[in-house]
Design a binder for this molecule. Sequence first.
Ligand SMILES: *Cc1c(COP(=O)(O)O)cnc(C)c1O
Length: 400
Amino acid sequence: MIPYAKQDIIKEDIDAVIEVLNSAWLTQGPVVKKFEDSIISFTGAKYATAVNSATSALHVACLAMNVGPGDLVWTSPNTFVASANCALYCGANIDFVDIDPQTYNMSIESLKKKLKNAEKNSKLPKVVIPVHFAGQPCDMPEIYNLSKKYNFKIIEDASHAIGASYNFIEDNPENPNNKLIQKIKIGSCKHSDITVFSFHPVKIITTGEGGMAMTNDQNLDARMKLFRSHGVTRDENFMTHPSDGAWYYQQIDLGYNYRMSDIQAAIGFQQTKRINNYISRRHSIAEYYDKSFQDVPINIPWQLPNTYSSYHLYVVTLDESINFEQRSRIFNLLRAKGIGVNLHYIPVHTHPYFESLGFKKGDFPVSENYYNRAISLPMYPTLLDVEQDLVIKSIKECFA
Ligand SMILES: *Cc1c(COP(=O)(O)O)cnc(C)c1O
């Protein structure tokens, strides 16, 4: 079976792990710091907090923003459940903003409408979590402007999107005929408060399991580091009284053990060096798929102008005329041919747990219509040309 995603582990990764295993320190230590620093240089953000998963990163991000009972958090229904669960862990309420039918990201139009209504009913969100689906950046400058207007915080769920970027276009105050174009990397937090990455093996780079939260806000960073390790501090500045001595620490909040180990960070540090190579290979694969599907009745992933996707996923959608049963038949046919197709995502609000919170089918129709027609094809840097040809041939056979 050709999987839809696969990690790439090379000798340098393995050697780095062995080096840590032979060292005096296994849990969070100097290599975690080195990995955090490497992602800081890669993204341009000021601070980084490595944790044991993106789910934990989303949780500490919400905690750092004091998300709690009575608060509202909004995210996209077209995501992994973790983007929504982080709010529920904090006792807050979750709601969703339907997706754009072209990008499958949170729709800016729907967000604007929902904010306007929420303002009338005094039910504005405390935090909005846009998800860069498949690696394609959301329209962050627009979401950022809305956050200033409606006073909410932004956590980017960039689990798919390390290595992605977008052009930020502004008027040039010195020359009105000229625009200023700035390339913004996902993770720089130029238009958000916190950005979260995942290092699960299917994602762009891996640490086995792992995640990271980036920010430019020193206070948010300090709080995320506190919540990652039991709410315990050794910094006298945060203690209620001077330290009792060299052994002393204080628990000043209720935190967790969400630490990443140096063993994991060693893999991550090596993988970071290869992000740009991985992404350009993913782009070549995407271009070849795009070209090959020109005369096949499927929609290739549409790209928002001025964005550079990390292509975590390559999702095609079937024609509007194709129903759920026909999609299932094509999906099963591809699996039978050894193509490990997958589906991203089951709209979060349609899961039984979310139905128990009051959501129901029909609440976010664009995400549901998308779900009925989507198929994720194999996409990872070590996908061989012959394997990709087999995927394309199998797709074409489905429509023959
Ligand atoms: C993978 C993923 C997560 C969770 O990541 P983990 O590191 O497995 O916790 C959250 N959000 C999105 C969009 C993801 O794809």
